[in-house]
Design a protein around this ligand. Structure first.
Ligand code: AMP
Ligand code: ZN
Length: 498
């Protein structure tokens, strides 16, 4: 039985999916005006881990994540750069997808983009107006918060208290848009301002409000109700409260059965955010650290707790990861060097019992609201036990099968957490050293790590293609091909094949 913490009920509850054997989840995606930081990545990695675990437990998971590609921040960025908002959005959408791929976050099953779903949003706004839950005011449309009795239940807020808070602000001349009938109401459709992207609607040209986007995309791609709605805890209010209110008002049914929220990644006890300027971009961190180490760091804190990021903790996570990788390498080496025909020297029953304990502990931990730190605890104890059992001795050919099975459990369960213990063995560190010279010639790369050179070349190729600098883009591809590294363009971004 899997238990998860439901934000709305404020307790752990048993996961009972609406459709047997299936879990349908929606996790709010990014607003694409910037590269994502490791705080954003924490939320996406948390839900990626939850998704992988549910799959491992046998559920068919349908995972939907939107791209918010129309927003004030995108428009501002476009105005600063003197380009179209759509160009900003498409550039950062591609970079987001590439960053997630590099962080080994599985792509969603469906990735709708807000600007491609405007018709459905207009229909939903019409539905809200028809049912008396929304009203038009000079080209804007507002959701009437008082028309939906459940408002505040998700975030634990009292509507009357909120109202008096608004009245105080209002008395100070703050916080009220006069087109609203009630200060609590929020926009589901915004009249276009000059120079902004807009779409025709029954209320004149305009664009959707942020909350309505997710309401529409979740309903369209998952059906209502669906099982799990997720996001960072900073989205509980107002975003998720508003999504829920308008969706439940429009359909007269439950929107999401469970609400899950991941805790904030912090730096010096302060939330990492673009506006505070205390952020570290994911791709920059991944230029210095392997993705598995960053994931290890994330997993070491429960997904609902705040996570304090520091370079030291990241370095420690890297060391912890290496301990696991080393165990795998040791086993491989022992198996390769076992004398043909030699007798088994290891206690097979003990190996089997250790693996069974690991499986139990891992599953119990993850069943209990996805307690990855506890699950990691079992994995590390297992590695210590194995190391103790193996010591410095060589093994017999008769041990190989048992030892391979012992390794397989470790690789499988870390894989469920999104860490590929054999990643380093397959690719990454062992690119030919010649890529350093290639990267230096083509893009002035000054580092000394072949894997970083390859990443830098791939980034430069993306930039060159965007700038329509085909000579540079092709030069990079051909140069890599001469070293036996074939660049493949996939929907998830570029990938190197040997
Ligand atoms: P945004 O593009 O700002 O809407 O953020 C995308 C996702 O990242 C949302 O689910 C946010 O809740 C999440 N997020 C933003 N900042 C942090 C942080 N410091 N720690 C964890 N998640 C965050
Ligand atoms: Zn959302």
């Amino acid at each position: 039985m899997i238990k998860l913490y439901d934000t709305k009920q404020r307790r752990k509850v048993e996961l009972e999916p609406i459709h047997e054997g299936e879990v349908r989840m929606y996790v709010c995606g990014p607003t694409v005006y910037n590269r994502i930081h490791i705080g954003n990545a924490r939320t996406f990695i948390s839900f990626d881990t939850i998704r992988r675990y549910l799959q491992w437990r046998g559920y068919k998971v349908t995972f939907v994540q939107n791209i918010t590609d129309v927003d004030d921040k995108i428009i501002n960025k476009a105005n600063e750069a003197g380009v179209e908002p759509a160009a900003v959005a498409s550039e950062y959408t591609e970079l987001f997808i590439a960053d997630m791929d590099r962080a080994a976050v599985m792509p969603p099953d469906i990735r709708p983009r807000a600007t491609e779903e405007i018709d459905s949003m207009i229909s939903m706004v019409e539905r809200l107006i028809d049912t008396g839950h929304a009203y038009e005011a000079e080209g804007d449309v507002y959701f009437s918060v008082r028309s939906y009795p459940g408002y505040g239940a998700l975030s634990g807020r009292d509507v009357d208290e909120m109202e008096s808070g608004h009245r105080e602000l209002q008395a100070e001349g703050l916080g009220l848009e006069d087109r609203k009938l009630d200060p609590l109401d929020f926009a589901v459709w915004k009249a276009a301002k000059p120079g902004e992207p807009s779409w025709d609607s029954p209320w004149g040209p305009g664009r959707p409000g942020w909350h309505i986007e997710c309401s529409v995309m979740a309903e369209k791609y998952l059906g209502l109700p669906f099982d799990i709605h997720g996001g960072g805890s900073d989205l509980i209010f107002p975003h998720h409260e508003n999504e829920r209110a308008q969706s439940e008002a429009a359909c007269g049914c439950t929107f999401a059965k469970y609400w899950m929220h991941s805790g904030m990644l912090q730096i010096n006890a302060e939330k990492m955010s673009k506006s505070l300027g205390n952020f570290r971009l994911l791709h920059e961190v991944l230029d210095q650290t392997r993705p598995e180490a960053l994931r290890m760091l994330m997993l070491q804190t429960h997904y609902r707790s705040p996570l304090d990021f520091s370079e030291e903790r990241l370095a420690e996570a890297d060391v912890a990861l290496s301990r696991m990788e080393q165990a795998v390498k040791t086993i491989d080496w022992l198996c390769q060097t076992a004398q043909e025909g030699s007798e088994a020297v290891l206690d097979a029953d003990r190996l089997e019992a250790l693996a069974a304990d690991l499986r139990n502990g891992f599953q119990q931990s993850m069943d209990d609201d996805f307690n990855a730190p506890a699950a990691l605890g079992f994995l590390f104890s297992y590695v210590s036990e194995l190391n103790g059992l193996l010591g410095n001795r060589s093994i017999g050919a008769g041990d190989v099968e048992n030892l391979q099975a012992a390794k397989a459990v470790l690789v499988e369960l870390t894989g469920v957490l999104g860490i590929d213990l054999e990643a380093g063995a397959e690719d990454g560190d062992d690119y030919p050293a010649e890529v350093l010279a290639l990267a230096q010639n083509l893009i002035g790369f000054a580092g000394d790590r072949p894997d970083e050179a390859v990443n830098a070349l791939l980034d430069a190729r993306t930039a060159a293609r965007k700038a329509k600098d085909w000579a540079q883009a092709d030069g990079i591809r051909d140069g890599l091909a001469q070293l036996g590294l074939v660049v493949e363009d996939t929907p998830q971004g570029q990938r190197i094949k040997r």
